[in-house]
Design a protein around this ligand. Structure first.
Ligand code: SER
Length: 413
């Protein structure tokens, strides 16, 4: 199944269950002071959950562009170093606004995974919230009972507040959740250690794929929970990870979500992803970051020196630095990936096609400016290190001059 088919099957499935397919909200958030970027599919529905606005329909589904590089959910430093983390990712979601609740949400998740995507049911685990004395919340019996209709008892596990109570931020809509995990290990490994012992232990091959949140509460600024006016459902499944599973790959970057971008980087740089090491990391960083940058610009956020604009600038600079250092790029290259990105994602996200020229020119300009800074700064650093007589420490005043006078980022120093 191609990535495009996987995305479409999700939307078609929930449309067949009475959901309205809605477009992704912009990834850049302009009207919520608690967020700079959309970090979950439910952000655009926050006011509906809080009862501040009335939905046009009570079931919705979409594929939402999300960015987790700031605030409560921040994955930036891990990106590139493994095959699973991303800055921008797509979250497949379905929502009930005061309509269906736990049983239907669980039944449909099971049906989609095992009958439409045909995932081996013996490899799946579900976690259920065990309750929290601190918050005065109880074990989620309703979700547990619903899962036990599909899975044997030893595949339905209890989880604590950290793993099984989802919150958008320090305040706002929240609730107990049931996560679905999959065991991707070989049969021999499974015979040695059962998957249930590895759920939520950071094992690379026993991973979460879908989070089903039962939005029942609002977390207030004083930390208390109040009941929301309605019982809602908010689900989020990591699209890139799902593609990895269904396409039988070991890393998200080997799926057709990223392989087109990576082969473009290969032909521009003359390097091969299969070289491994820093070359592989750099290609992942670039393939990941170009999506975050392009979609942010398409959504109206240009790179700049402040707030959301600075986050985008830093992502772009991180990619350029990896390209410069490990792939030998001394001329703008990120802007040359946009055609390929449009080819892969323009159909699902037409805003990309509409803004293609702007995206390319903004990125080219940023790259040019940063490459000049980088080149000069690295030469100055080399001089400083040559003079430092083997010491790994440079003077604070030198770091300051590099930053203040020459614009060389302190984190790179
Ligand atoms: N809000 C939940 C999450 O982001 C489910 O969509 O994981």
């Amino acid at each position: 199944m191609t990535a495009k088919e996987i995305r479409q099957k999700y939307l078609d499935f929930f449309a067949s269950k009475g959901h309205t397919v809605v477009p992704s909200a912009p990834m850049v958030v302009k009207n919520d002071p608690t967020l700079m970027f959309t970090n979950a599919g439910m952000n655009q529905f926050k006011d509906i959950f809080l009862g501040n606005s009335i939905p046009k329909f009570n079931r919705a589904t979409d594929s939402q562009k999300c960015l987790r590089v700031s605030g409560k959910h921040n994955d930036l430093e891990a990106v590139g170093h493994d095959g699973r983390h991303h800055t921008m990712f797509e979250m497949l979601g379905n929502w009930s606004f005061g309509d269906y609740f736990k049983t239907e949400a669980i039944d449909w998740a099971w049906e989609l995974l095992t009958e439409v995507y045909k995932i081996d049911r013996t490899k799946l685990y579900a976690t259920v919230f065990e309750g929290s004395a601190e918050d005065g919340t109880a074990l989620d019996e309703e979700a547990r009972t619903a899962w036990l209709r599909h899975m044997p008892e030893d595949h339905v596990l209890l989880g604590n507040k950290h793993d099984n109570f989802w919150e958008m931020g320090d305040t706002g809509p929240c609730g107990p959740c049931s996560e679905i995990h999959i065991d991707l290990r070989s049969d021999e490994e499974i015979a040695r250690i059962p998957g249930r012992e590895l759920v939520n232990t950071d094992n690379d091959d026993v991973i979460e794929i879908w989070n089903i949140v039962f939005m029942q509460y609002n977390r207030l600024a004083d930390g208390h929970l109040e009941l929301l006016p309605n019982k809602n459902v908010d689900t989020g499944m990591g699209f890139e990870r799902l593609c990895m599973i269904l396409q039988n790959k070991k890393s998200n970057y080997e799926t057709d979500v990223f392989s087109g971008l990576i082969s473009e980087v290969e032909s521009l740089s003359g390097h091969k992803y299969s070289e491994g090491g820093n070359v592989e990391v750099a290609m992942r960083v670039i393939a990941d970051h170009i999506r975050a940058i392009a979609f942010s610009i398409a959504d109206g956020q240009l790179p700049s020196n402040v707030k959301a604009g600075y986050v985008i600038r830093r992502i772009l600079r991180r990619a350029v630095r990896y390209g410069y250092t490990f792939l030998g790029f001394t001329e703008p290259f990120m802007c040359r990936l946009i055609s390929r990105l449009c080819q892969d994602m323009g159909e699902a996200y037409p805003e990309l096609l509409a803004q293609k020229k702007l995206i390319e020119s903004v990125i080219r300009e940023e790259e040019n400016a940063f490459l000049r800074t980088l080149d000069r700064g690295i030469r100055m650093m080399d001089d400083l290190m040559a003079k430092s007589a083997g010491s790994k420490v440079i003077k604070g005043v030198d770091a300051f001059v590099l930053y203040d006078t020459y614009g060389f980022p302190v984190d790179l120093t």
